[in-house]
Design a protein around this ligand. Sequence first.
Ligand code: HEC
Length: 164
Amino acid sequence: MFKVMAIVSLFLISFATLLYAAEGDDIQKQIDAIKGVIPKFAIPMREVGDRFQNMYFAAKGGNWGLAAYMSKYMNGAMKPASLTKPTGYEAWKSFYNDTFAAVNKAIAAQDFKAFEKEYNAVIPKCNECHVGMGYGFIKLIKQKAASDAGIDYSVKSKATDVPK
Ligand code: HEC
């Protein structure tokens, strides 16, 4: 009797372990599947491109809040890459925190002359990263008009107007 019970419980324990392992495996598969559909670089970079172009027209129009907003979410747009392309994201992060800092500084100072100078200087830096990552055929140019025509770029605002 004892022997039978021991065998049965042993069987139950191993079955439970197996089930647990299978479930763990399943969860990992589901995580991988979710990660697989989160954008890497191409999709957020489209948003970076549009926000970058819009930022110029916002600054030009004296809509400094909109310029600061565009910069903030240009950076925010890249966040999914921190999970899906971590090494590329690190390169983006140092670009935004270091190279792009001069543009942000000019926005904070609401100084269009400084902004225009730094903005123009950053374009080749965007392109340098494209070349470096094997996408030299994606060469940015400054647009003659903003990417989004549906925003009033001339609303007067302060860079500090963006809600935290
Ligand atoms: C860390 C490197 C890096 C930096 C910095 C960078 N890019 Fe990119 N960008 C890429 C890569 C890589 C791609 C190609 C997408 C991919 O990997 O599939 C790309 C693609 C693009 C595209 C094309 C997106 C599309 O599919 O239509 C645009 C537009 C763009 N970047 C704009 C910019 C702008 C504007 C800046 C500067 C403010 C910038 N990028 C800075 C790496 C970078």
